[in-house]
Design a protein around this ligand. Structure first.
Ligand code: GUN
Length: 291
């Protein structure tokens, strides 16, 4: 079998198109412009790329973009003060503090300071708790994007066996909650899981979010299963020239695509959907603030 490749770029375009139309409608009918503030502390090159891309897309859909770039040695109190200002600013509907933060800053304290209503990342414990108890929450963007692709491919997810590989707060845990909410039978696998390959072979849906390049191979996949690859790993690619790199997922694409029914590629799968969902969450936050 050769899997259907789920085109995350095309899907993200559809979502951003809908967001663009709704932003225009909000402006026209209520004179409102949704605003997204992104904070980057330090100069991590991968984070720089993400933040630049988020700012660009925000403006493209007609929203206001506020970027705050702070030096790597910024004291935690300064960051907290900035968050307080953004919490109080009516032009800011969504706040995203790019992770990881430098070691001297306590991530939990910072994330807890963001107004849960503006927490477009869905990382505040209030939103984590709301999601876990099936209430209206801001949902983390990457798992939300994965869920949208799964729903589009399968329709109803009820009764499907899903294995989420990885237990991070950003992806693995919220992904498991979302799949559970959609009536999947969910198992979360991690580095201590026994016979992880056998477990994955029992799954109708495998979501890979471990950060280990090409860890999951075709012999882990049940024929016809859906594979969602969240991994973005940069590997040296000497065949492309000296010092060049290429992106690969947590799944070995070629061998998994031989067996799976559908699979997301890296790049061009989950990645574009994450930013699309961030914009959708910002629109949602704006509508709720004025609803
Ligand atoms: N770093 C890697 N992924 C994310 C994300 O989804 N949100 C934030 N804030 N930081 C990240």
């Amino acid at each position: 079998m050769t899997a259907r490749v789920i085109d995350g770029r095309a899907f993200a375009k559809e979502v951003t198109g809908q967001v663009t139309a709704q932003v225009a409608h909000l402006k026209h009918t209520q004179g409102l412009t949704p605003g997204l503030a992104v904070v980057l502390v330090g100069e991590d090159p991968a984070s720089e790329v993400y933040v630049r891309s988020k700012g660009k897309r925000t403006v493209e859909v007609g929203m206001a973009s506020f970027e705050h770039r702070l030096a790597a040695d910024t004291p935690q109190d300064h960051l907290i003060d900035l968050i307080d200002e953004m919490n109080a600013d009516p032009a800011v509907h969504g706040i995203l503090v790019q992770l990881p933060l430098p070691d001297h800053i306590d991530e939990a304290i910072v994330l807890a300071r963001v107004d849960p209503a503006k927490d477009v990342d869905g990382f505040h414990i209030a939103n984590v708790g709301l999601l876990a108890t099936g209430q209206r929450a801001m949902v983390p963007c990457t798992p939300l994007g994965c869920l949208m692709m799964l729903r589009a491919h399968h329709g109803d997810l009820s009764g499907l066996n899903a294995v989420v590989v990885g237990r991070s707060n950003i992806v693995g845990k919220p992904m498991a909650q979302l799949l559970l909410r959609d009536n999947c039978t969910v198992t979360v696998a991690h580095s201590r899981t026994k016979d992880i390959a056998e477990l994955c072979r029992s799954a109708d849906i495998v979501v890979a979010a471990v950060g280990r390049p090409r860890m999951i191979t075709g012999d882990w996949i049940k024929p016809g299963a859906t594979v969602i690859d969240v991994g973005i790993n940069r590997l040296p690619a000497p065949e492309k020239g000296e010092g060049k790199t290429r992106l690969v997922g947590d799944c070995d694409f070629d061998s998994c695509a031989e067996v799976a029914g559908a699979i997301t590629p890296v790049p061009g799968g989950v990645g574009p959907m994450t930013i699309a969902c961030l914009l959708a969450n910002t629109l949602t936050a704006c509508c709720r603030a004025h609803g």
